[in-house]
Design a protein around this ligand. Structure first.
Ligand code: NAI
Ligand code: SF4
Length: 440
């Protein structure tokens, strides 16, 4: 079942003519000519679509929170910053099929009553920005953007804005600050962007994949979308699969397949690379807790774990993880968990904006302490020190980067404490090139 990627390999799909030959822009025709903005929102609500950037907040509900004061402009901002380590699905979609996003932007902007919308793209993806700009120009030339789109009386201008390469600008309020031309420091919430967003006006910020899915929902109805998936995890999800698998790549899966199938089936990851065994998985981008092999495949109650929001987080962080942005990083037994945790900790330390002290100081401490463990200079008390620092960051910061930095460290220690201990107790072994602790 493919919704977003059905035609992604068709030669020329990045051009408007080929895209239209494959059913493109029918959702714009339908929404603008036959539906009201409220009807579009109603279908999105019925679909159960949840935010695909990572938080999984219901899209229709977010849209219905949008304040609509008389005479004040509203904005739709597409978060295409996608900087979460292990996540590259939005990049793939925009690069291969830019009109899929542009069509979703038009339909969604219409539903929200926005006449100016933005796509904020991660700064490193300059070539994707050029692809989007070319596609947007084609849409203007065909009367799908600009004044009185397809004679409907609805006007929309769409702009692409480049970020400067800071991870924090993917946080929605930092993104808005950056879009306003300022340093990308997150704002306190509330007020949420739906009430005070871009230039203090009501704004919806949605991920690329979420916006792209709205065209299919308009064409086929919210009920049809809700029939795909399991429970509150409806529809399909793009998963960026990387690491020690036979077939890394971006896969569109119906939510609800088993994690085991996703890893081992030839349709998806194709199993672990030759002769190796699964050791651990980070299921939703670097911000979510790591799980060892036995726990990623099976829930706390002994059932097969599913690729859904609920099943992956089953039992909370003691036994589960999160679907997050769908950045599925697979590690085999040759992976050193201490080294892996250091890589993440160094990243968050580097990317902290420095506004709040638990994150600014705590990420630095975690980086420093894990580094000394890795270098064979760890102390016995360091493991508990790391757990303590992570606890002090969690829940005490302005934006979720603090939690994102703390969770991978506390989860790595929760599930692989013996590996950290081995590094401290056997520095002469642990610091040999390529040395990896093998669990007994
Ligand atoms: P969040 O849970 O704070 O918010 C989710 C969305 O719902 C936001 O747009 C927020 O404005 C809206 N919202 C929540 N309550 C609301 C209310 N009462 N009224 C109006 N709107 C409301 O999470 P956030 O900060 O948007 O995202 C965090 C997630 O992002 C993490 O879990 C992580 O997985 C993911 N992430 C993804 C990255 C990527 O590259 N895709 C990068 C970094 C993090
Ligand atoms: Fe900045 Fe970190 Fe505070 Fe977020 S949690 S505002 S990144 S210092």
């Amino acid at each position: 079942m493919k919704i977003l990627t059905e035609h992604i390999e068709v030669p020329g799909i990045e051009t408007i003519d080929v895209y239209r030959k494959h059913g493109g822009y029918q959702a714009v025709e339908k929404a603008l000519k036959k539906m009201t903005p409220d009807e579009v929102t109603e279908e999105v609500k019925k679909s159960g679509l949840r935010g695909r950037g990572g938080a999984g907040f219901p899209v229709g509900m977010k849209w219905s929170f949008l304040a609509k004061p008389e005479g004040v402009p509203r904005y739709l901002v597409c978060n295409a910053d996608e900087s979460e380590p292990g996540t590259f699905k939005d990049h793939y979609l925009m690069w291969k099929s830019p009109h899929t996003l542009i069509e979703g932007m038009i339909v969604s902007s219409f539903a929200l009553g926005a006449n100016t919308s933005y796509i904020y793209v991660r700064g490193e993806l300059m070539y994707v920005i050029h692809i989007l700009e070319k596609a947007i120009q084609e849409a203007y030339d065909k009367g799908l953007l600009g004044k009185n789109i397809l004679g409907s009386g609805y006007d929309l201008d769409l702009f692409v804005q480049s970020g400067g390469g800071a991870y924090i600008c993917g946080e929605e309020t930092a993104l808005l600050e950056s879009l306003e031309g300022k340093r990308g420091n997150p704002r306190n919430k509330p007020p949420f962007p739906a009430v005070k967003g871009l230039w203090q006006c009501p704004t919806v910020v949605n991920n690329v994949e979420s916006i792209a899915a709205t065209s299919w929902i308009v064409n086929n109805g919210g009920d049809a979308y809700a029939q795909i998936g399991v429970g509150r995890s409806t529809g399909t999800k793009l998963i960026s699969a990387s690491g020690h698998i036979r077939k890394p790549g971006v896969y569109e899966i119906p939510l609800g397949i088993t994690v085991e199938d996703f890893i081992y089936s030839d349709e998806w990851c194709g199993g672990i690379r030759d002769g190796h065994k699964l050791k651990a998985v980070v299921a939703g981008g670097s911000s979510v807790p790591i799980l060892p092999a036995e726990m990623i495949l099976t829930t706390a109650t002994g059932e097969k774990r599913l690729m859904t929001y609920e099943s992956l987080s089953d039992g909370g962080f003691a036994t589960g993880t999160m679907l997050g942005s769908g950045g599925f990083i697979v590690m085999d037994e040759t992976t050193c968990i201490v080294h892996n945790t250091l890589t993440f900790a160094r990243f968050y330390h580097h990317e902290s904006c420095g506004q709040c002290s638990p994150c600014r100081e705590g990420t630095g401490w975690m980086d420093k302490v894990i580094k000394r463990i890795e270098l064979g200079q760890g102390r016995k008390e360091d493991i508990d020190l790391l757990v303590d620092v992570a606890k002090k960051i969690e829940g005490n910061t302005i934006c979720p980067l603090g939690d994102a930095a703390a969770w991978p460290v506390s989860a790595a220690i929760r599930h692989f404490r013996d590996e950290f201990e081995w590094h401290i107790e056997h520095p002469e072994l642990a610091t040999q090139p390529g040395a990896v602790y093998m669990r007994p």
